[in-house]
Design a protein around this ligand. Structure first.
Ligand SMILES: O=C(O)CC1=CCC(=O)O1
Length: 258
């Protein structure tokens, strides 16, 4: 556990000692377990840091609302505690939003940056406000089926019922207060002004079937970050699970290219 401004964060380090370090950052309602499909390949090449964002998994759940800056400073606290100067970053969804904040505000700590299935701005907060209301009334169970339908395509859910059930169990196990505090941070998200300040080589990954953060949201990020490139995957929102091999290939290809 690492203490970030009084909140204990669950951090796990695996993989190659002395190799380049890659930090992975989760989507809303997910724990560090969401990266299992990538771990075998990534740990052969990198030292891999995973963590549970505050309000999630085995990390603390301080009172909300939270903010992107707080999530970013939590990451810097983890790196300082581990005595690691610089890492590559791969964040999916909320993890990609934290990556934008870090790339703009702590550029010296980041080598290459991967922003997967993410957005820098929600023009209309209604979906988040409705979700907050529903979760306050009925818990995460009230929104779980709709969220899972956004995470994974119908084809995948039919083909992979066990994986789908595991993802749903992970979502349902999220602490309600932490989930709500993150939804509040998402309802006011606007990081458009940060994008031109990101100078690290950046890859944007988007899912062709992603309705939560559609290709157009990825394109807005790609066009805002100088020199960024984009890869499209045949997946919904949690593309590292739905297209695990293609996702891993995109990450490894980008991080190893000179
Ligand atoms: O969980 C969802 O519904 C989709 C999502 C948006 C931001 C995030 O982290 O997940």
């Amino acid at each position: 556990m690492i203490n970030a401004d009084g909140c204990l964060l669950n951090v796990q380090v695996d993989g190659r000692d002395g190799g380049p370090t890659l930090m992975l950052s989760n989507s809303l309602g997910c724990t560090l377990q969401m990266w299992e499909p990538q771990m075998r390949a990534l740990t052969q090449m990198f030292r891999v840091i995973r963590y549970d964002r505050r309000g999630h998994g085995k990390s603390g759940v301080p009172a909300g609302p939270y903010a992107m800056e707080r999530f970013g400073r939590d990451v810097l606290a983890i790196l300082d505690d581990l005595n690691i100067e610089k890492v590559h970053w791969c964040g999916l969804s909320m993890g990609g939003m934290v990556g934008q904040w870090l790339g703009a505000n702590a550029p010296e700590r980041f080598g290459k940056i991967i922003l997967a299935n993410t957005a820098c701005y929600y023009p209309d907060p209604t979906n988040w406000l409705n979700r907050i209301k529903a979760v306050k009334q009925g818990g995460i169970a009230a929104v779980a089926d709709a969220v899972i339908a956004g995470w994974l395509t119908a084809d995948f859910r039919e083909r992979e019922p066990e994986t789908t059930a595991r993802m749903k169990a992970m979502l349902l196990a999220s602490p309600v207060e932490g989930y709500l505090a993150c939804c509040e941070a998402l309802s006011t998200l606007d990081q458009r002004a940060l994008l031109p300040r990101i100078k690290s080589p950046t890859l944007v990954i988007a899912g062709k079937q992603d309705m939560a953060t559609p290709v157009s949201a990825g394109e807005m990020i790609r066009s805002g970050i100088p020199g960024a490139s984009m890869t499209l995957l045949d997946a919904a929102h949690i593309s590292n699970v739905e297209q695990s091999h293609a996702f891993t290939e995109a990450v490894v290809g980008f991080l190893t290219q000179r």
